[in-house]
Design a protein around this ligand. Sequence first.
Ligand code: SAM
Length: 277
Amino acid sequence: MRERPPSSLPPARKRLGQHFLTDRRTLERIVEAVAPQPGETIIEIGPGRGALTDLLVERAERLVAVEIDALLVPVLRTRYASRPHVTIVEGDILGLSLPSLAEGAWALVGNVPYYITTPIIFQALRSPRPSRMVFLVQREVAERVAAPAGDDAYGALSVNVQALADAELVARVPAGAFHPRPKVDSAILRLTPRERPVVLPEEEVGFSRLVQGAFGQRRKQMRRVVRELYGVGPEEAERVLAACDIGITARPETLRPEDFACLLRAAGNLPGQAATR
Ligand code: SAM
């Protein structure tokens, strides 16, 4: 089902990534994926003209919607004026403390502008984390985030996200589901933070440097990768890999987040470990 936007609304601003969802089934699938629970606050990123907000309002016990566009904020405030459980916040989602917008448990949802997708994901994966996050993002990004080890799309982004959350690509969404139509297809991505993340908060920087460094040499074998990253000889590299049960001929693209975490810890005392700290 498609709708033309009412002429009383401000025009879409591409600079703010404004491609509004007009496909009812996609909107419903996003809400089903976030599945608001009793007592939870749902935080929506970029409500825009309210297409997704209209459905969330009916399902959420408390809804906080953060919109950066000062022209849309009064439209949204008027639209939900009679719904006391809805708060419209004007601001940049990246500049806000998300947990402080919620009361207790919270989940995050949004059809997010492509240019801020990755920063939003990593912002939300900082503790205290939401119970769930559901994003409509560029299809390629969703595929990379959710790719399993060994897949062509598996890379540093997959490992860094999957170390902290389970990632699922819920559904692919064609460009025709939006108005104005974007140049790329999209997908619904659900992230469920792990109860026990693979890395501790204080290890995250070192972990992501190690992963980035390893995928910079994704075609090389791990013995060579460890030697180059840590500046050690073959025996040292083999010892570290054996401690983590990683084959010396394995390639970075086959290692799971758990393997990288083990490597980070096992390599902790190597002379060149400062390179990945
Ligand atoms: N949720 C609406 C829908 O599905 O039709 C709008 C989605 S549109 C792709 C993205 C929305 O995010 C726009 O309303 C835009 O103004 C807003 N936005 C862009 N950057 C933002 C930011 N940094 N913080 C909050 N909202 C932002």
